[in-house]
Design a protein around this ligand. Structure first.
Ligand code: ADP
Ligand code: MG
Length: 316
């Protein structure tokens, strides 16, 4: 058990995020590996205005095989910076973003396996009244066994709001098809981007938890990720485009058709279209998708079948 931050030694940097840095760390006594996410105070706002210590409590309560486990939360403690540090389960296979950057596309079998686990994770989070709001490849992590889990929830929610403000103000450049890390808004549903048009409510409601309907936004993001895994680039705009915020917003909210690979199987196509339904009221729910044929392919007797673990890029 990690009792204090001094029990841990830093081995390497695993990732730089918007909110802070993630280190690979080792527990000095047990030699167990963990990931340590250190967040500066000025980037923390709190889930829907909930104070940070409550947010940390929510994180610690999450306990599912489909969600990256947070073992402990510490105040950084220094007087200049009262941010927090999260001690998390170490996911040695990196993120789906890393896998896509390396392999570009995945087979339908593997995508089905990923989709099923992400849906199980969302089913768990939603039952705990947590809306993830930032499902995207870099927040889906893979462990040494090749199992994908949802990471960066709650905390990342905060970061989305920050990015949103930036992009609404200045309009940034988004490097989507090369999996640049600026794609946060790219996975957002129409009703999250433009609540006035798509939710029928005022934009001021945006940061409030609107109850059950918020969950539909996470389903949209699953659809974008699943399609991206088969296409090899961000699906809602052409592979050659480097869109600004306005182009991206138009594509998400008003884009007429989804670029669907011709070779995709009927269950794949149907799954994606059920996720990418612009009207959140008509969109499939997580529970419905867990019953969908695409994630219930059965027949695991095919020995040549690839698994996500076969795609894992060894971390340096
Ligand atoms: P941010 O809020 O900054 O996006 P994330 O929690 O998504 O932070 O972490 C950023 C990156 O760090 C991830 O994309 C992943 O590459 C790496 N990372 C995060 N958590 C872990 C973990 N538990 N195990 C291994 N790598 C991790
Ligand atoms: Mg992240």
């Amino acid at each position: 058990v990690v009792v204090s931050l001094s029990d841990l030694e830093k081995l390497a940097v695993l990732g730089h995020g918007n909110g802070g840095i993630v280190y690979k760390v080792r527990h000095k006594k047990s030699h167990c590996l963990y990931a340590l996410k250190v967040i500066r105070s000025n980037t923390i706002i709190g889930i829907n205005g909930i104070p940070n210590h409550v947010e940390a409590e929510i994180l610690k309560k999450m306990d599912s095989p489909y969600v990256v486990k947070c073992h402990a939360v510490f105040d950084n403690g220094s007087c200049s910076d009262n941010g927090v540090s999260f001690v998390m389960e170490y996911m040695g296979g990196g993120s789906l973003y890393d896998i896509l950057k390396h392999h570009r596309t995945l087979s339908e079998d593997v995508i089905s396996e990923v989709a099923k686990r992400v849906l199980e994770g969302l089913n768990y989070l939603h039952a705990m009244h947590v809306v993830h709001r930032d499902i995207k490849p870099s927040n889906l992590l893979v462990n040494d066994k090749g199992e994908v889990k949802i990471a960066d929830f709650g905390v990342s929610h905060v970061v989305v709001e920050e990015k949103e403000k930036e992009s609404n103000g200045g309009g940034g450049d988004y490097d989507l098809h090369h999996y640049g890390n600026a794609g946060t808004c790219a996975y957002m549903s129409p009703e999250r981007i433009d609540p006035e048009t798509w939710r029928g409510g005022g934009g001021g409601e945006k940061n409030k938890n609107n109850g059950g309907d918020d969950f539909a936004g996470d389903v949209w993001s699953v659809g974008v990720v699943v399609l991206e895994c088969l296409l090899g680039h961000f699906p809602l705009i052409g592979a050659e485009q480097r869109p600004d915020w306005a182009t991206l917003m138009c594509a998400i909210c008003f884009g007429e058709k989804v670029e669907m690979p011709e070779t995709a199987s009927p269950p794949f196509k149907s799954f994606v279209l059920r996720c990418l339904e612009k009207d959140w009221r008509k969109r499939a729910t997580v529970k419905e998708l867990l019953q969908h044929p695409f994630v219930n392919r059965g027949g695991c007797c095919n020995f040549s079948r690839k698994r996500l673990g076969d795609y894992v890029v060894l971390q340096g």
